[in-house]
Design a protein around this ligand. Structure first.
Ligand SMILES: [Cu+2]
Length: 180
């Protein structure tokens, strides 16, 4: 299976985004229509938001597109920025819940959006300062697609998400990482 990681060049898929409020949805990115292969799992629009003082947690975001005809699961994330990286996804009730050992489903011909209000990778035990302008390596482990590496730019606390990132579920740009 072909795997690509287009973390920084995610802007090419902006056209496929637009419905806010659903972390997992059935969509058909236009790119899938032009693909002659069996489809692929790709990660776009990755970024990391710098820690909100006084917390020492950074939040990673990205959108996973699955253009294959079978669902996949994002099982885990590792990063060079910190010793721990935990997936948290939004719940129907509006809160954030940790993802269990089975990971989080990326639907067939669908996507998984981790964005403000939808979910994030919570990066803890940071190895050093995480500041805007840096980049953070993330390694995503999928049940079927295997390992996908992305390089995520770090943005400042109040900065808007970069082009190509998934839509936020709410207008609030702030997030209290101290809740979990
Ligand atoms: Cu979290």
């Amino acid at each position: 299976m072909k795997i690509s990681a287009l973390a920084v060049a995610g802007a090419v898929l902006v056209a496929g985004l637009g419905v806010a409020g659903f972390a997992v949805g059935q969509t058909s990115p236009s790119r899938a229509d032009t693909s002659s292969g069996p489809g692929q799992v790709s990660v776009v629009g990755a970024y990391v938001r710098a820690p909100v003082p006084p917390t020492k947690l950074a939040a990673g975001y990205f959108t996973v597109y699955n253009t294959t005809s079978a669902p996949d699961r994002l099982v885990s994330v590792q990063t060079g920025a910190g010793a721990s990286a935990v997936l948290h996804v939004g719940t129907v009730g509006g809160g954030m819940a940790p993802v269990g050992a089975n990971g989080v489903v990326v639907p067939a011909h669908g996507r998984l959006v981790l964005s403000t209000g939808n979910g994030h990778v919570m990066i803890g035990q940071l190895f050093g300062p995480v500041k805007a302008g840096q980049t953070v390596d993330m390694t995503l482990q999928f049940e079927k697609a295997g390992t996908v590496n992305v390089v995520a730019p770090v943005i400042a606390v109040g900065a808007p998400a970069p082009a190509g990132a998934g839509p936020s579920a709410s207008s609030s740009m702030s997030m209290n990482m101290g809740d979990h």
